[in-house]
Design a protein around this ligand. Sequence first.
Ligand code: NAP
Length: 319
Amino acid sequence: MSRVYLTRPLPDRVLARARDLFDEVEVREETAPLKIGQMRAALALYDGVLPTLGDMFSAEVFLDTENPRCKVLANFGVGYNHIDVRAARAAGVMVTNTPGAVTDATADIAMTLILMSARRAGEGERLVRAGKWEGWHPTQMLGMHVSGKTVGIIGMGRIGQAIAQRCHMGFGMDVVYYNRSEKELAFPATRADSLQSLAEQADIVVVAVPGGAETHHMIGADLFAAMKPTAHFVNIARGDVVNEVALIAALQVGRIAGAGLDVYEHEPEVPNALRSMENVTLLPHLGTAALEVREAMGMMAVDNLYAALHGETPPNLVN
Ligand code: NAP
């Protein structure tokens, strides 16, 4: 008898597959993150849980949870910095994620933000909607031409590489990157030995490292100070990788030309200072928001649940 808990509504195909595979599938209909008591109850009552972004399975949740019924947290998403993997492991709970399924869609959102920021698309759209557009003229709303520029990618993993490939193959950009380890890449790219050096070279800086303790506030005032004043900053990774106060300060004094953000430090709260600047493009964490992608993520998470509950090593175990 297998009993699983899905902490959010998921696409129909994913629900159908879960119902095929498990004896009992409970779907929580709310879309807000779980509260601590709900997470503890989930660990006690189900064999497997499929959580997602916002469900903060911190060490505190696992405190006093000896031998929980739950054997696996099959996270819906590649980023799992909301789960304390070490505490889960100590409580005998496996953690899995959904790498790969999200790569192209998230890289596409990075491209959307690069283009929107550089070409002032959000500002232009607001102008037209406000009925304030007075017609085309040769010096109207001039942005930055992206073709042939240099993109600096921070975190050259799956998503970083997909962004770099799009920038290089599609827009003829040179690629500079900063990464923890050396990478074998299928396209020309130069590894920067510091964030400072990357910032000095790039016309567009894109953040693609995972969130978590190691990368918390990895990007701050120093990086913005080293960027060209004409450069744009894009974050599709996790909000807390960037010191948002420092980003706002850099934008407010014109230290950098613009920013495109999909993620925020205190999501879903977006500071008024960001919302009020015309040169900032703001998306509501749309990286993987396409039906096929959410289906693929769900299928992966369900496969991980199934393997874990059948005595196999889940394909995407992270601990
Ligand atoms: P990945 O393949 O694991 O790539 C992460 C890269 O970051 C790796 O190359 C890693 O280096 C590098 N890295 C990690 N810590 C570092 C550090 N301290 N300094 C320098 N480089 C570091 O992950 P991915 O699939 O590309 O996903 C990246 C992140 O994107 C996810 O963790 C998630 O948070 C975020 N994401 C956001 C959305 C969205 O909706 N906006 C969607 C999907 C994913 P090594 O090569 O040395 O391991």
